[in-house]
Every structure is written in C-alpha cells, then in structure tokens.
Ligand binder design. Structure first.
Ligand SMILES: [Fe+2]
Length: 443
C-alpha cells in the first residue's frame, strides 16, 4: 500500500471510529431514556418506548459489537474499521435509529434526520453519494411525520383536534387518528410541518457537503505534501548514493583497498546491524534510517587513505613508527574529507555517521586506539561496529604485506579481543552471526 493510500485509509478509520462511538452514545441515551421512562420520570407510553428503545439499542450497538468481536476477540490482522462495508453499515444504522426516535418522540424530532449526512461528511465521499443521502433524508421527513401522526406518541400540535386520551385509546386510538386525517388536515400538516423541516434539513445537508469538501481537500493537501517530501527524499538519497559511489571509486582507483574489501566490509556491517536492530539493547537506538546510514557510510571508512603516500600504503613489510604515524592520519583526514564533501548534501544525520565511522574506526574499547584514544561507549556506535567488520576482513583477506588468515583463527581473535579492542556487547552479537561472516568471507 502506498503512503497516500495509507493517509486516506487513516482518515476513514478515524471517521469510522468516531461515528461508531457516536452510535454507542446514542445507544446509551436510549437506554437511559428507557430506564427514566420505566421509573416514571418520563411519562411516555411504556409499550411504545420499550419496543422502540430496544430496537434502537440493538441497532446502534451492532457496529460496536462487530468491532469488539472482529478486532479485539478474534484479533484479525485487518481492522474492521478499514473495511468499506463498515461505513455504509454505520450510516444505514444511523438512519434506522433516528427514524425510530422521530416516530416515537413525535415529529418534533425530525430535525435529527440531519445527523446521518453529517456522519457521512467525515468520509471521503463523492457528491453523488450526498445527493442519494439528501433524497433519503427528504423522503424520510414526510414518512416519519405522517407515521408519528398515525402511530406515534400523542403530540398536541400534530393531532390538534384530538385529546391525549382519544389519541392513545387502546381500542380506538388509531381509528380516531384516521378519522381526523382529512385531505385538508394532511395538507396543513405538509405545509406547516413537513415543508419547513425539509428546507431546514436541506440547508444542513448542504453544510455537510461543504464539510466533506473541506475534509477531502485537507486530505488531498496532505497527500500532495507527502508526495513532495518523498520526492525530495528520493532526490537527496540518489545524490547521496552517487557521491558515495564516486568516493568509493576514488578509493579503488588509487589501489588503497580493493573494491572487494569495500563490498565485504559493507556486508559484515549489514549482518551486525540487522541482528542489533532486533536486540532489546539496541532496538530503540537503531531506527531504520540510522541503520541505513551506518550501512551506506561503511564503504567510506578508509576514504582518508587518499592523502597517505603509496610508499606507505603499498609497503610489503612492517611499517616504521614514523610511517605508522603518517598512516594514522587517514582517520582524521577521512573525517575532514567527509565533512567537506557531504556538508552541502543536506543530510546531517548521514554526515555525522559517516564522519564518526571514518574518524573513529581505529579506536579501541580500552582507550589504546587512535586518533583520540577514546574508550568504551565514548567511541560512537557506528565506529565500534565498523571496527569489527574492518579487522575481521583485514585478517582473512590477502594483503601485499601478509597472507590470508584461516577464518577460525580470525573469529577467535575477535572473540579474544572483546573488552580490549572491541565492544564486548558487539562481540556477543558477532558470535551469533559467525556463520554469516564465514559465508561472506568465502565469496
Ligand atoms: Fe582504516
């Protein structure tokens, strides 16, 4: 699913959740009215109120029950709030319960018919859907008004010519109401009660269409902004990738390291980072972006070697103290080069990780490394990871000045140097992925 679809879905889910709780609130109010009527605080006809409120409670609680069973009890992966049928269900049920209220509590409640379109206004809905909703609402108004007239609770305005006793008489109630339903009275009801309410509801529906337009616009703007940000990120990472590739080419073309060393160390770093991000100790620090930065910056760890003379880099024998001092500056020089080249790329996080890796990958856990004699966790984490990858590859690979070392021996050296050269926690992680290191070393 694209990020944009996700934004739409999130908005719909939010609307579904809100509307579902609105129905639940209506269900609670219906239950409360029923209780108040039963204890005699309200004085509506008990039989009608029981029947209708029970209907309303049942209808309005269904979406919530579906949600509880589907999402909480069965724990289905895809929430019911994300399913298209659910919003239709909510709007239909809101009509049912409101028509129920309108009939029971007399035609005065007809204005409540504005609620379903307001529910619908929160979804990504087409204008044509609103025309359908407006039609349903306008047809419902005369229906509930005349239904109240013939079957509803006594209303002194609507049933003017009758007394409450005549209207509610158990045997003759409906007959009495039919007797006064002359065409004149029916027209009067239409012009004085139905028509003004139709006009009023149309205005409210019109407002619902405006609210819906505003909601859709807001979501659309968010999607547009999201596209723009993604495009920027894509461009930046393309640029970053090409700069890293160019720099790696420079290292290769100067014969400082072989391309294979660069590729293998990146793979070792990837192996370590992949395990670490699922490890309790590191999972909060190692976000996806941070992991990508470490992996992508790994090939640049020895970039500073371009300032070191070939005579030292390619010397077949052991370096003199003076030569070794010159070799050591590849760390600080590497940091400087990275800062100068990457500073305009606008990705400060990547720059910092690449800087730390280039500058500190020769520091040791016991503080006896270089260039700054940092110790323990003062050494940045990416550099501690790089140290293991770099040393392991240096041991098992062939160099101008040495033969390759057997992998078992190299693994033992890394393990023995936990707490002196390497971060002991990282060596523990290294032990769990030895096999993967061996695999890469054989490629
Ligand atoms: Fe190095």
């Amino acid at each position: 699913m694209s990020q944009n679809d996700y934004i739409y879905l999130y908005a719909e889910k939010k609307a579904n959740r809100f509307n579902m709780y609105c129905l639940l609130a209506m269900c609670f109010l219906a239950f409360l009215s029923l209780i108040l009527n039963e204890v005699g605080i309200f004085t509506q006809d008990k039989a009608i109120t029981r029947f209708s409120m029970f209907g309303l409670i049942t209808t309005d609680i269904i979406p919530f029950l579906i949600f509880i069973i589907h999402d909480k009890i069965l724990k289905k992966e895809k929430s019911v709030l994300e399913m298209p049928f659910f919003k239709v269900l909510i709007i239909i049920f809101s009509y049912f319960s409101i028509i129920d209220i309108c009939i029971v509590f007399s035609f005065q409640a007809v204005l409540l018919l504005a609620i379903p379109p307001l529910f619908a206004a929160q979804y990504k809905t087409k204008r044509s859907v609103f025309l359908v909703l407006l039609t349903i609402t306008l047809l419902s108004i005369p229906f509930v008004t005349y239904a109240s007239y013939f079957y509803g609770i006594y209303d002194a305005n609507l049933l003017k010519p009758l007394t409450q006793e005549e209207a509610n008489d158990v045997v003759y109630g409906i007959q009495n109401r039919l007797n006064i339903a002359t065409p004149k009275r029916m027209l009067e009801v239409f012009f004085h009660y139905v028509l003004p309410r139709m006009v009023c509801i149309s205005v409210i529906d019109f407002i619902a269409i405006i609210i819906n337009g505003r909601t859709s616009n807001m979501i659309f703007e968010q999607v547009k902004l999201n596209d723009k940000v993604n495009e920027e990120i894509r461009k930046k990472s393309e640029m970053q990738k090409s700069v890293i590739e160019d720099l790696a080419d420079i290292i290769e073309s100067r014969d400082i390291e072989t391309g294979e060393h660069i590729k293998r160390t990146k793979k070792y770093v990837t192996i370590l980072v992949d395990v670490m991000k699922n490890n309790d100790k590191y999972k909060d620090i190692l976000t996806d972006k941070y992991c990508d930065n470490i992996i992508n910056a790994a090939p640049l760890h020895d970039i500073g070697k371009i300032v070191v003379s070939d005579l030292i880099l390619c010397k077949p024998g052991k370096l003199t103290d003076e030569e070794f001092d010159k070799m050591k500056i590849h760390t600080t020089k590497g940091g400087d080069i990275i800062k100068n080249i990457l500073k305009d790329l606008g990705d400060e996080d990547f720059l910092n990780v690449a800087y730390d890796i280039a500058t500190f990958h020769h520091e040791k856990w016991n503080g006896k490394g270089y260039p700054q004699n940092l110790a323990g966790t003062d050494i940045p984490l990416p550099a501690r990871i790089m140290a293991i990858a770099d040393v392991f590859d240096a041991l098992v690979a062939e160099r101008v000045y040495k033969k390759p070392m057997p992998v078992d021996k190299a693994i033992n050296i890394i393990i023995e140097d936990a707490g002196t050269h390497f971060d002991p926690n990282l060596v523990e992680i290294f032990k769990t992925v030895e096999d993967k290191f061996i695999e890469v070393s054989k490629e």
